[in-house]
Design a protein around this ligand. Structure first.
Ligand SMILES: [Zn+2]
Length: 199
């Protein structure tokens, strides 16, 4: 996913300045005083905010190769992983938490890698929660060659809480399953029973 932009096109500094100027222009068109003390740095802040959610990554750098663990046969579950993303429809943040489970085949990964992957995909690019959930599951499942992978994300979308339907507190829950978690109901049940024990 990572592209090297260092040898092509304008530099980051030039792109950054142009992007800030575009936001300043937009704010001016909307009748805002961008020269005021409170708003003079807002275009730059807005661009900086968006850039936090446009961070392509290489899967190898996030997950590594894992390590051999012939004895591992049970379900590995991690829950309450802090999750953030911005939706592609409104460029507004959604915040929540994720749980990921997998059944190792030949390899396991360091525990922090699960959290890293969830967070890396969340901030890779603006998207939909459904698509992000599926991408985490697919990337993990294929890279680690797990027997089964499952991802569940619960998030509150500020585009629903703070505008439009204006309904704070609504939880959106999405899931994605691959391998044994898709094909074997008992495996799925075990995952949900394990995460239900997390306080
Ligand atoms: Zn939205």
């Amino acid at each position: 996913m990572t592209t090297d932009r260092s040898t092509e096109g304008p530099s980051h500094a030039v792109v950054g300045a142009r992007t800030s100027a575009s936001v300043e222009n937009l704010m001016t068109i909307l009748g805002l005083d961008v020269t005021s003390e409170g708003m003079k740095d807002t275009p730059e802040r807005f661009v900086k905010y968006l850039k936090e959610f446009i961070k392509p990554f290489q899967i190898e750098e996030v997950l590594g190769d894992g390590f051999e663990s012939p004895g591992a046969s049970g379900v590995v579950v991690q829950a309450k992983i802090p999750f953030r993303m911005v939706c592609e429809h409104h460029l507004l943040p959604a915040l929540g938490c994720a749980a990921i489970g997998y059944i190792p085949n030949k390899r396991v990964v360091g525990l922090s890698k699960l959290t890293r992957l969830v967070q890396a995909v969340g901030t890779e690019a603006p998207g939909l929660q459904e698509g992000i959930t599926d991408r985490i599951c697919k990337l993990f499942h294929t890279h680690i060659e797990a027997l089964g992978t499952i991802v569940v994300i619960e998030a509150e979308h500020s585009c629903m809480a703070a505008r439009g339907i204006a309904s704070p507190g609504v939880s959106t829950i999405t899931s994605s399953v691959r391998g044994a978690f898709r094909d074997v109901p008992a495996a799925r049940q075990e995952f949900f029973s394990l995460i239900s024990q997390v306080k």
